[in-house]
Design a protein around this ligand. Structure first.
Ligand code: IMP
Ligand code: MG
Length: 178
């Protein structure tokens, strides 16, 4: 795996330090009462696991499978909901977590669906946000790191299903992106 990485962009210690402050922000912002966290699989899995253990609040966790990338380097432009059931979010404060804000289509589509399903409020958090023009007018409430418009892997993010278990965020070598 390591041999396919051009360079480390954000190392593990820096990520962990930032997660401490993100967790604090979230804890202070959310009103008392039930919180439901929605994790977008599979990319947000590692980020969410590390973030949520830093939030000493009662919360419930649901996961959603959506597809927007279909395994390549470019966004496909459509967002498909792959689960048979959608979590019950009526009247709930939702924290929606994804790995990265790229075109913004995924977060926008899921946030819209959550509102349709009657969520009282939808807050969004991402580990990374690419510095680029979004396809839709969407922002994340909590952003771990702003990065350039480069393809990254690790800490949950994949290229064709690989590299999710790297403990850092890195840039893939062009030779590995086949
Ligand atoms: P968006 O809908 O274009 O914002 O794309 C969001 C999804 O695309 C993320 O949840 C990722 O799965 C994937 N994605 C976007 N950029 C990257 C990247 O640089 N590396 C790996 N996956 C990415
Ligand atoms: Mg992905």
């Amino acid at each position: 795996m390591k041999k396919d990485i051009e360079r480390v962009l954000i190392d593990e210690a820096v990520i962990e330090h930032r997660l401490d402050s993100m967790a604090k922000e979230i804890e202070e912002d959310f009103p008392a009462g039930p919180i439901i966290v929605i994790i977008l699989l599979k990319g947000a899995l590692v980020f969410a696991a590390d973030l949520l253990r830093r939030i000493p609040r009662e919360l419930s966790i649901e996961c959603l499978n959506v597809a927007s990338y279909h395994g390549g380097l470019e966004s496909s432009g459509t967002v498909d909901f792959l689960d048979r059931h959608f979590p019950e979010v009526k009247g709930m404060h939702v924290l929606l977590l994804d790995d990265i804000l790229d075109t913004g289509r995924t977060l926008a589509a899921v946030a819209q669906r959550l509102k349709q399903e009657g969520a009282a409020a939808v807050h969004t958090g991402v580990l990374l946000a690419k510095d680029k023009k979004r396809a839709t007018d969407v922002k994340a409430d909590y952003v771990g790191f702003q990065i350039g418009d480069e393809f990254v892997v690790g800490y949950g993010l994949d290229y064709k299903g690989k590299y999710r278990n790297l403990p850092y965020v890195g840039i893939l070598k062009l030779s590995a992106a086949t």
